[in-house]
Design a protein around this ligand. Structure first.
Ligand SMILES: O=C(O)CCC(=O)C(=O)O
Ligand SMILES: [Fe+2]
Length: 290
């Protein structure tokens, strides 16, 4: 369905399937602008898995050969896209419709969700398929939220800045797995389908849908998506936005983005200004002169 479709219609599909493609979220000109903003910055981020740097992740002494067996060795991540690309910030993340769609899975006032993470994910030729997973699994399992009966603690969006075909490592998913009775069942790779995207399309899904990046079996085609994940307004995210984003720059951002990065007081029941995250009982935005 096209980006811009009535949120009620989108909401029904999201509830049923757990994820769907919205076409044309960015125009071709906006895709070109976003790529032009990202291109000069992404070279500073190396291709490879952080498992290579963190002993505790793999639980064993790694050599170059053993590390080859891990998904991620031919994947490149670039964090903080919201701070790096004006086009993605203003033409995608701040969009009213996007907030309305996200709220269908993660209930909150549109435009106030926490931006949980904002990353480029490039899957390069030769990469193997990611392990199938649910995003944020362990964290939310401990809180009793990882089952079919709760709303999605995280709603993720994968925005295509290149083509994403099955051969290039399109994301693979198990539709409907957000409603499975047994969340210890991780499904089988052969039951997944590939979510193919054209530049400017976005795949929006509940983090409770089992999924994973696919294998890139092409010789020379890089698959580039931007993952922007949203959670409840009061949830802490992966990135420490108030410490890493520049206040003077954030003052120039749309109010929705200021909310998402926690530069404004946080509303938990639609109250404005939000009651939480204050300074001497006054809204944070007053203290920060936003
Ligand atoms: O890159 C993809 O297609 C999916 C990435 C993903 O699921 C993740 O990093 O958690
Ligand atoms: Fe994931």
């Amino acid at each position: 369905m096209p980006f811009g479709t009535d949120p009620e219609v989108i909401g029904e599909v999201l509830q049923r399937d757990g994820g769907m493609v919205l076409t044309g979220a960015l125009t071709p000109e906006e895709v070109a602008a976003a790529n032009a903003e990202i291109e000069p910055q992404i070279g500073a981020f190396r291709i490879g898995s952080f498992a290579a740097d963190v002993n505790g992740v793999t639980q064993r002494e790694e050599t170059d050969e053993t590390l080859e067996q891990y998904p991620g060795m031919r994947t490149r991540h670039m964090q903080h896209v919201v701070l790096r690309s004006k086009t993605i910030r203003e033409r995608f993340i701040a969009r009213k419709e996007l907030g309305e769609y996200v709220a269908k899975l993660t209930p909150a006032t549109p435009g106030t969700h926490t931006l949980f993470a904002s990353n480029v994910i490039e899957i390069h030729p030769g990469e193997i398929a990611q392990t199938l997973h649910r995003d944020g699994g362990e964290m939310f399992r401990d809180a009793g939220m990882e089952n079919a009966n709760t709303p999605a603690y995280l709603t993720n969006t994968l925005l295509a800045l290149s083509e994403s075909t099955e051969e290039m490592g399109a994301t693979r998913i198990l539709l409907g797995s957000h409603l499975w009775e047994d969340f210890n069942d991780w499904g089988a790779p052969e039951d997944t389908i590939a979510v193919e995207l054209k530049p400017g399309d976005v795949f929006i899904y509940s983090a409770k849908v089992i999924h994973g990046g696919g294998a890139n079996v092409t010789k020379d085609k890089v698959r580039r998506l931007v993952a922007n994940a949203f959670s409840y307004p009061w949830m802490i995210g992966e990135e420490a936005w108030p410490f890493v984003a520049d206040l003077e720059e954030v003052k120039t951002y749309p109010v929705e983005i200021q909310n998402m990065l926690k530069f404004r007081s946080i509303s938990y029941m639609g109250e404005e200004p939000g009651f939480m995250w204050r300074k001497d009982q006054r809204p944070l935005q007053e203290f920060l002169n936003l």
